[in-house]
Each structure stands twice: as structure tokens, then as C-alpha cells.
Ligand binder design. Structure first.
Ligand code: HEC
Length: 119
């Protein structure tokens, strides 16, 4: 009984987060992913806005990771936690959601390797 109640609360929270995560639904079409394109303004930031900003925007920045600006994203890009968070075998980001596609993760990887520029 107790377990059911907790599950229901969790479900409610998860579905709220899901709704939040979809607020930029029309920004990128998944099938359009091209791993040779990885500019911050046109590729990285729209993915962050769509998949991550719901949980990583001030004042509700989960794990103190703030991803609403280039500065915040570049910080985790350079300290290694961004790539690790996308590829982690069990606790990947977006937390509780589907892993990003191989192509999308490649775009992040290439942008980070290029020095995480604000391009
Ligand atoms: C549903 C909420 C949620 C979403 C969506 C989400 N995160 Fe997180 N993120 C968290 C929480 C909570 C933590 C704190 C650590 C934990 O609980 O795993 C975290 C931690 C992190 C960390 C720090 C990990 C470390 O090793 O210190 C990074 C980097 C990160 N997230 C990046 C992202 C990226 C990039 C996305 C989008 C692709 C994303 N997150 C989407 C909730 C979320």
C-alpha cells in the first residue's frame, strides 16, 4: 500500500518533468541530426534547451549544474562531467529519459573536442 502511494507520487513527478522537458518540442527534429554539424548556437544549445534545461536552470539547477548559458555548459564540457553524463552506463542524462541518439552524442563530443566554443 505504502509502496503504491510512493510510486504514484514518483509517477506524478516524472510526468511533470516530462512535460517540462518537452517545452521546446519543435526546435529540433531528431531525424535531422547530422554529426558533422556541432555549433553551440544551432546544435548544442537547442539540445540542452530541449533535454536538459528543465532540470538544470537556476534556481532549480539539479546537482548545482547550471546549463542555461554557454558559460555553464562550457564549464561541465571542460571538466569532463558533460560527456560522462551523456554516456554513463546507468545514470545517464537526461535523467529518467531516453539516452540521446548516437548522432547527438557525437555532436556533443566533437564540440567539446573543439574546445567548447561559443560559436
Ligand atoms: C529530470 C531531471 C534532469 C534532466 C532532464 C537532466 N538532468 Fe542532469 N542531473 C539531474 C540530477 C538530479 C543530477 C544530480 C546527480 C544525480 O542525481 O544523478 C544531475 C547531474 C548532472 C550532471 C553532473 C554529473 C556529475 O558527474 O557530477 C551533469 C553534467 C548533468 N546532470 C548534465 C545533464 C545534461 C547534459 C542533460 C541533458 C542531456 C541533463 N543533465 C538532464 C537531473 C536532470
Amino acid at each position: 500500500m505504502r509502496f503504491t502511494k510512493i510510486s504514484l507520487v514518483l509517477l506524478a513527478i516524472l510526468s511533470l518533468m516530462q512535460t517540462q522537458g518537452c517545452k521546446h518540442e519543435n526546435v529540433i527534429v531528431l531525424t535531422d541530426c547530422d554529426s558533422t554539424q556541432f555549433k553551440f548556437s544551432t546544435h548544442i544549445q537547442p539540445m540542452i534547451d530541449r533535454y536538459c534545461a528543465g532540470c538544470h536552470t537556476y534556481p532549480n539547477a539539479s546537482g548545482s549544474v547550471e546549463l542555461s548559458s554557454h558559460t555553464g555548459v562550457a564549464f561541465v564540457a571542460k571538466n569532463g562531467t558533460l560527456m560522462n553524463s551523456l554516456t554513463h552506463p546507468t545514470n545517464w542524462m537526461p535523467k529518467g529519459g531516453n539516452r540521446l541518439s548516437v548522432c547527438q552524442i557525437k555532436q556533443f563530443e566533437k564540440w567539446i573536442k573543439a574546445g567548447a566554443p561559443n560559436d
